[in-house]
Design a protein around this ligand. Structure first.
Ligand SMILES: [Zn+2]
Length: 305
């Protein structure tokens, strides 16, 4: 089941594990393709909670607000297991389709939906489709105005759908004048950004999860995490609970879309278990505490080699 678990430091987890909780059929690639999408959300979450409990790991669940409204008991169940509940928008609409005003409404609505279930306003946000780019950088103003403390939406690799190719690969405080640059002068009152993990600061192959987590051999992901950790950089990983549930597979979409959505779904559990056995993970909140607890900027990553 993988190598020796790295010992965690006393001041927080080495890495972030996160799950985006949405209906499997609301993925952008699938949503227009299906005529009969069965609801698999509860069984998918149970699979993931079992794995996390077995490995005594807590994670951040970025939950769509509408899901929190529809499945309050499910969200309570996740929170009761010690996991963090954060926001994945209210309707899972990518920011490319929103304005600053309608995004602000999304943030408030999802925060209220989550608070009504957990009793706490969420501290963090992840945009559907990592849709925070220079085109939508008003997102940071909206996040701060609505009381969010961290974001995990800036994908530091340019892909056809999203990403910012030169954004930092390590967590950084966001300077709203130059939100995709590392600004050391900003302090803990600002928004902390957790970029999804890449293989190496100079070889920006995404190893953070999702499709990449299913197509890459597990050792490549593990090596990527080590490449970052060796430089003092925590890796942020993301999965979707439905990726652990092969029952979601359906023949309806085109081959290309099926491949991206369903490739290796029966391997995901083993991949995650291997990673959990080899690395230390925790929630975004824990890392946020560690950085704000230091009352200053995120420690600079060690020199790149
Ligand atoms: Zn999503």
């Amino acid at each position: 089941m993988g190598g020796k678990k790295r010992s965690g430091s006393s001041d927080g987890p080495g890495n972030v594990l996160s799950f985006d909780l949405e209906h499997w059929h609301s993925a952008t690639l699938l949503t227009d393709e299906l005529t009969d999408a069965k609801d698999r959300i509860e069984t998918s979450v149970e699979i993931v909670l079992d794995i996390l409990a077995e490995h005594e790991t807590t994670a951040t669940f970025f939950v769509v607000g509408e899901i929190a409204r529809e499945y309050p008991a499910l969200i309570t169940r996740i929170a009761d297991d010690g996991h963090e509940i954060a926001s994945h928008g209210h309707t899972h609409t990518p920011l490319f389709e929103l304005t600053q005003a309608s995004f602000t409404e999304e943030l408030d609505a999802s925060a209220e939906a989550i608070e009504s279930v957990t009793g706490h306003r969420p501290l963090g946000f992840r945009a559907p489709n990592f849709s925070v780019t220079p085109r939508t950088q008003w997102a940071f103003d909206a996040l701060l105005e609505t009381g969010y403390r961290y974001d995990s939406s800036v994908f530091p690799v340019k892909t056809p759908m999203y990403g910012v190719g030169n954004a930092p690969v390590h967590p950084y405080w966001v300077d709203r004048n130059s939100p995709f640059e590392d600004s050391r002068s900003v302090t803990a009152d600002d928004l902390l950004e957790f970029p999804p993990a890449v293989f190496h600061p100079r070889f920006r192959v995404p190893v953070a999860g999702g499709f990449y987590g299913r197509i890459l051999p597990t050792w490549v992901i593990s090596r990527g995490i080590r490449n970052l950790n060796r430089r003092g950089i925590p890796a942020t990983l993301y999965f979707h609970p439905w990726e652990f549930n092969p029952d979601v597979q359906t023949a309806e979409p085109t081959f290309h879309k099926r491949f991206i959505s369903f490739h290796n779904l029966d391997q995901t559990r083993e991949t995650l278990e291997t990673l959990l056995s080899s690395h230390e993970f925790g929630t975004c909140h824990q890392l946020l505490e560690r950085y704000t607890g230091n009352a200053g900027p995120v420690p600079s990553p060690r020199k790149e080699r």
